[in-house]
Ligand binder design. Structure first.
Ligand code: NDP
Length: 345
């Protein structure tokens, strides 16, 4: 792409009348829409306000949610739209009321605007990044790793004896969830679209894999569980898997519909949950599972510790230049990626 559009008016729109420290490169969606609407622009580096920390970004996590903000499927209040929800880097300076020091290594998720050389981050989203966790691994696990953590430890707390079905098991969230479900002691069935991805899911620890484009994943799940069904389905695929996923559950099992990479699920009649075995359905979101700082510390420090201990392997699919964010979106949406995509400023 390498669009280098200097749009000073965009800076004014995004950062209002704030004092500027300098200029930076950033990606915005202007306006929301296809990948061609991504622009590589010069924006002011703003002075941090109260409770905000200015972070120099070293590695940026690419997530499916970024495509939703790009297209307008998820609404952002500003236009043009800042993109990116995850990064790792070093603190430049903190605004009033913050307690972070210049030079500290940090990582964060869920603060939009990380497709840039610098980002203003509300301090409650930041965690300290241990010395032996690289910026790349830090940026790779904050959003999808904490998601996998809450799904496996809070939404349905897995334990030995449980069996779960994880869709897109070689994907970003999926490959971390497979590993964390194994750490929690569960048996894992993973669905994937290709034999190569099945191999990746097995390397992550999946006990069984199903090629859900070629095989009937309901029949296969029933076969593997001797007709009983699984305790929980973790479904990030949505439209093409949702209803069949309900058929994979045991009576009173839990459906965690946490994403929609194939499209939105649409309307659901709650009666269907009764007919299929008094099922539980939840549509969880990371924000509600890290709003308590102690919870966020628990999840992120478990992840960093597991990485340090070699129990959690971070699979980086590819690192793209920030200017090539459109290529990262193209690859993610074309379903050919596995593991994590990163951008480098
Ligand atoms: P992934 O790395 O999982 O990429 C998407 C994967 O979904 C593909 O690789 C593909 O795997 C599978 N897929 C199935 N059908 C399609 C399709 N029609 N188009 C594209 N992909 C398809 O992405 P993420 O891990 O970043 O996110 C997955 C989903 O989870 C997203 O909807 C995201 O928003 C959501 N999510 C939700 C969170 C929450 O807290 N609720 C947090 C994090 C992510 P295969 O080829 O094997 O089928």
């Amino acid at each position: 792409m390498r669009l280098s559009t200097t749009v000073s008016t965009i800076g004014t729109i995004l950062y209002g009348g704030r004092r500027r420290i300098g200029y930076m490169k950033a990606i915005v969606a202007d306006p929301v829409g296809g990948r061609g609407n991504l622009k590589y622009v010069d924006l002011p580096v703003p002075e941090p306000g109260d409770g905000e920390v200015l972070v120099k970004i070293e590695a940026i996590g690419v997530n499916y949610i970024d495509t939703y903000f790009r297209t307008g499927f998820y609404k952002a209040p500003e236009n043009p739209v800042r993109l990116g929800n995850e990064a790792a880097g070093t603190v430049v300076k903190g605004g009033k009321g913050t307690n972070w020091q210049a030079g500290q290594r940090v990582a964060y998720a869920m603060a939009r605007g990380s497709y840039a050389e610098y980002a203003l981050v509300p301090q409650h989203f930041l965690v300290a990044l241990p010395e032996d966790v690289s910026f790349e691994n830090g940026a790779a696990v904050m959003l999808q790793g904490m998601t996998a953590h809450y799904l496996a430890y809070s939404t349905f707390p897995l334990k030995a004896g449980n069996i779960c079905l994880i869709h897109a098991a070689a994907g970003g969230a999926g490959s971390l969830l497979v590993q964390i479900a194994k750490i929690a002691g569960a048996t894992v069935i993973g669905t994937v679209s290709t034999a190569e991805k099945a191999q990746i899911a097995k390397e992550s620890g999946a006990d069984h894999t199903i090629l859900y484009n070629d095989e009937d994943f309901v029949a296969e799940t029933k076969r593997i569980t001797n007709g009983k069904g699984v305790d929980v389905v973790y479904d990030s695929v949505g439209k093409t898997t949702f209803h069949k996923s309900l058929d994979c559950l045991r009576p009173r099992g839990l459906m965690a519909s946490f994403g929609q990479s194939s499209g939105g699920v649409g309307e659901i009649d709650p009666l269907i949950l009764s007919q299929k075995g008094s099922l539980f359905l939840t549509r969880p979101s990371l924000g509600n599972y890290i709003s308590d700082p102690a919870e966020m510390k628990w999840r992120s420090s478990d992840l960093f510790q597991w990485i340090e201990q070699g129990r959690l392997k971070v699979r980086i699919y590819k690192i793209y230049n920030l200017a090539d964010a459109d290529m990262a979106h193209r690859d993610l949406e074309s379903r050919k990626t596995n593991g994590k995509l990163l951008l480098k400023p």
